[in-house]
Design a protein around this ligand. Sequence first.
Ligand SMILES: C[S@@+](CC[C@H](N)C(=O)[O-])C[C@H]1O[C@@H](n2cnc3c(N)ncnc32)[C@H](O)[C@@H]1O
Length: 494
Amino acid sequence: MHSLVRLFEEQQESMEKILSKFGATGVSGISKVWRMKHVPREDGRWQWRSKGTCEGKAQAKFDKLNEELVECKWKIRREALKRYEELPQAQQGDFQSAWHRHTTSMDPYGLLVNTIRDQYDAEMCSHAWVKMFHISTAYPELISPSNVAVEGTSNSRQLSSLHVCEAPGGFIAALNHLLKTRHKDVTWSWRANTLRSEEEEQDPIAKKVARGEDADLIDHTQEHWDFGADGTGNVLNKDNVRLIRERTLSTLGRVNLVTADGSIDCSTRPEAQEQEVLGLIYSEIVLALGVLARGGGFVIKLFTFYKPETHCLLLLLCSCFAEVSLVKPPASKQGNSEVYAVCRGFRGLQQGQEEDEDQLQELMEGVCPSPFPPDKLLLPPSCFPAEWMEDVVYRASEMFSALQMAVVSSNVKVWDCGGCYGLDAFKDYRLYNRRRTRLADALCKRMFSRQDQRLVKRDRLLGKRSERSEEEATTQQLLGLPIKFGSSKVRRRT
Ligand SMILES: C[S@@+](CC[C@H](N)C(=O)[O-])C[C@H]1O[C@@H](n2cnc3c(N)ncnc32)[C@H](O)[C@@H]1O
């Protein structure tokens, strides 16, 4: 019988080795952090130019990294599936959900959400909630009203924010919790956007929003939500982006903070992920640059950065913000490619306001439904900084790929050692879960302080206590953990 605790420890050790090899510096319990080197902002315009003109020598190295990661993900899937098919018929069910359950149970911080919900009675607590809460506590300047120097807000205790691609609204609920429990004197105004469409086959959240299912926050706070010119909220539509920008500026003025958490489900085709999300990331960046006040902050979800198009967008962020860090919070599933760019100290696109607006109008023209501008790259006024590509972007890509490959390899190892029957097949399963509970508790202590209060009823966005969904309760049962109802109740889906 293999020891699950031992296999788990091996996974942790290999990740620590990778982090120390790359010299990553952690922040407030977030160990996977890569600080991007400062890039001076140049005067002169960013322009669309044909691709061939600028692909550097480094590109071949990025392509190789990409191939390795995709091959690793496919190999893992093939091996796991093969093993699953060998199981006696009675053990077999749906491979996709068995693998999902397995990776969820293997996630070192998989118990974080329940721990926080139970201890702090957090409203709408989800993985997204915890990611936003953690990032905002690790980088407090993001939510400090004083991050904005002159524009927009005259009263320094006012905070305004725009949340792009935001259903079901965990980021907003996390900020509400943080502001109402720690910064009671701050007056917070916010707006949000998200996709609302019945036609999105691969986006169950957009469908639910369109049908009004599980859309409690949107129902309760309708006047805050903007679905753009065509009512779908799709930020790949230029008219929607223009109108959302206009309405944000007219209601809130320039804002202190923008968050953008858009994603597209590419779990069955990992090789396509970076290309497919490019257009979405581009639109989110353009919207943020169009509404942020100088000094403001921006948190945007990215995935891999192997393609020249993504490098250009990273460079754009680094030249518009004083500080940019790539961050993978513990609440983000360790085996996926998601990372957040945490950008602080917005410096504008250009030196002056007028030039800024001209440049922004040009960038708006690039917003388009997929595929993102074929054969074109958005390039800076002077040539691409080769050193920055090598030392900063390539090293970051190497580090995040190595971490991800370590996790997926270890997931399959545990699966092969018997995890395909469910982790409770291991003799030391309870001990392993105690380890994960301790990890979640320790991280909670770093994110919350002793003085932190629970969120009182009048400060809740929904005005009622959190409920645990039936799906979460089932997961809890599958993990072999007691379902503590306490303040939470199981909500039956009708
Ligand atoms: C990961 S979820 C966001 C979770 C959210 N931050 C939270 O805390 O609950 C991604 C969201 O992006 C939305 N989205 C995807 N494509 C979009 C698009 N083209 N325009 C607007 N929203 C989009 C999805 O419908 C989904 O609601």
